[in-house]
Design a protein around this ligand. Structure first.
Ligand SMILES: Nc1nc2c(ncn2[C@@H]2O[C@H](COP(=O)(O)OP(=O)(O)OP(=O)(O)O)[C@@H](O)[C@H]2O)c(=O)[nH]1
Length: 242
């Protein structure tokens, strides 16, 4: 039988292993169907999920990073975009959050128009520009340079990000570019730029690492994916936009 001395020593090593990581809670929010779940999978596991369903409540995934020799753990909270799956949980999402990713779908202007209401919901829950905030245009693989009208331009998104003091990225959870890509139109103008998913992760980690305050969620957190609300999920309805 393990002696109390051995037990406390092994508990000590577990706790020192956990405390080596500064843990940060990162909210991923935006309208339903913009790809929050897929993007969170990609950011944390490096993969596009084979099958996705509407998020109910919230899912968690974690990503461990080593930034300049410091261990950082990003705990990504993938929140439900559909009002009916989030209403009772809203205050829990926002409590002790360290950063927010506002996600929209570049092929769905309505999802971009919805971003201000997510910013407002954050503000009502005491999350303003004092924490790092990121604007992420997802589904860049679906961008069609010949059809500009029903897509969100990068100029629009960049000026929104500037006004709201956010870092801006555009990427694809499904088919992320292996490196930063600049697409050029015939006249030589840069029409849009795609970012690597890894650049987003590193930017979030680097911004948070510079935060002075110790993490409030630095208690017991575990690697991997786990769910907060594990109700039976309905299959996702086919996604249509605009
Ligand atoms: N082409 C393309 N499709 C994507 C991308 N990201 C997500 N999708 C698709 O978009 C749909 C919605 O993705 P989800 O990740 O479930 O969206 P969500 O924002 O989490 O939705 P809720 O859980 O309802 O809030 C799915 O059919 C995905 O396969 C992407 O980068 N490119």
């Amino acid at each position: 039988m393990e002696s109390s001395l051995e037990l406390s020593s092994s508990l000590g090593s577990v706790s020192s292993l956990l405390s080596r990581y500064r843990t940060f809670k990162v909210l991923v929010i935006g309208d339903s169907g913009v790809g929050k779940t897929c993007l969170t999978h990609r950011l944390c596991a490096g993969q596009f999920p084979a099958r996705v369903e509407a998020t109910i409540g919230v899912d968690f995934r974690e990503r461990l990073l080593d930034i300049d020799g410091e261990k950082v753990k990003l705990q990504m909270w993938d929140t439900a975009g559909q009002e009916r799956f989030r209403k009772s949980m809203v205050q829990h999402y926002y409590r002790n959050a360290h950063a927010v990713l506002f996600v929209y779908d570049v092929t769905c202007p309505a999802s971009f128009s919805g971003v201000p209401s997510w910013v407002e919901e954050c503000r009502q829950n005491s999350l303003g520009h004092e924490i790092p905030r990121f604007l992420v245009g997802n589904k860049s693989d679906l961008r069609d340079p010949s059809r500009t009208q029903d897509q969100v331009s990068q100029e629009q998104a960049m000026s929104f990000a500037k006004v709201h003091r956010m870092m801006f990225f555009e990427t694809s959870a499904k088919n992320p570019p292996p490196k930063q890509v600049n697409r050029r139109q015939c006249d030589g103008e840069v029409s849009y730029q795609q970012d690597k998913v890894e650049d987003i992760v590193m930017a979030v980690g680097a911004k948070l690492k510079r935060q002075k305050k110790p993490s409030a969620t630095n208690a017991l957190t575990y690697s991997g994916s786990y769910k907060f609300l594990n109700k039976k999920r309905p299959d996702k309805e086919p996604w249509t936009c605009c």
